[in-house]
Design a binder for this molecule. Structure first.
Ligand code: DC
Length: 226
């Protein structure tokens, strides 16, 4: 069975998808991590974000996700980039490379290969619409922008780094980076961020993580044969 969880940054996708996969003992597939690793490779080689550069880079590129008890480890050409892909720059670069047709083609093929023959919880932007349109369970998570920015700031430890303004400037920086990235992800020509027509749209603004997870698990139980 495939559980597809899509949505904008900070909507709760990763936390929910990881917890659901843990509870079910299924594979968790973080497709954003793949785009982030590709973005890192572009930056490391100083390449422009163009189709031509992607065509040069991709054939030799080895992006892998390794399930690990402490969370998925990500390698790029054999080097562990798990931490390196979590910076604000890496998020932005991922969004830039994810607009490119050759990159999307390669990543979608990789995602389908990894999931082949397994029960899997997959999170991303286009999982329910493009990668696995036949997924048995589809969720599209949303949350208001302030909530998403607060979550992102807390994850990056920024909530502790309050200056004399109480962290307002840091909050606004994160908030505006999120808004820009969502705008780019929603407006790109290929596989834009949007809910599949048959996805359950879940607003996580006022929900706890347990509540989000239960919503998805309920849908999995309903969709499970027997
Ligand atoms: O989920 P994330 O923040 O790690 O994703 C980083 C970027 O990768 C996101 O801004 C857009 C892109 N992405 C995508 O285009 N399609 C996916 N399935 C997953 C991520």
């Amino acid at each position: 069975m495939i559980v597809a969880i899509d949505g904008p940054a900070g909507s709760g996708k990763s936390t929910t998808a990881r917890a659901v996969a843990d509870r079910l003992g299924w594979l968790y597939l973080d497709t954003g991590a793949m785009y982030r690793a590709v973005g890192l490779a572009f930056r490391a080689q100083g390449l422009p974000f163009t189709d031509a550069a992607a065509r040069t880079l991709l054939p030799g590129l080895d992006v892998r996700l390794h399930p690990h008890p402490d969370g998925t480890r990500v390698t790029l050409d054999g080097h562990d980039v798990t931490d390196g892909i979590r910076t604000a720059q890496a998020a932005d670069d991922a969004s830039q490379v994810s607009k490119l047709g050759p990159v999307r083609q390669a990543m979608v093929a990789l995602q389908r290969r990894v999931a082949d023959g397994q029960d899997v919880v997959v999170e991303g932007r286009d999982i329910g619409t493009v990668v696995f349109p036949g997924a048995e369970v589809k969720f599209f998570l949303i949350a208001d922008l302030d909530t998403r920015a607060s979550r992102r700031l807390a994850q990056s430890g920024g909530a502790q780094a309050r200056g004399s303004d109480g962290g307002l400037a840091a909050f606004q920086t994160v908030r505006s980076a999120l808004a820009d990235r969502d705008q780019r992800d929603q407006s790109r020509a290929i596989a834009p961020l949007k809910a599949a027509p048959d996805a359950v749209v879940l607003d996580t603004t006022g929900l706890t993580i347990d509540q989000q997870v239960e919503h998805v698990l309920d849908a999995v139980r309903t969709a499970s044969p027997g």
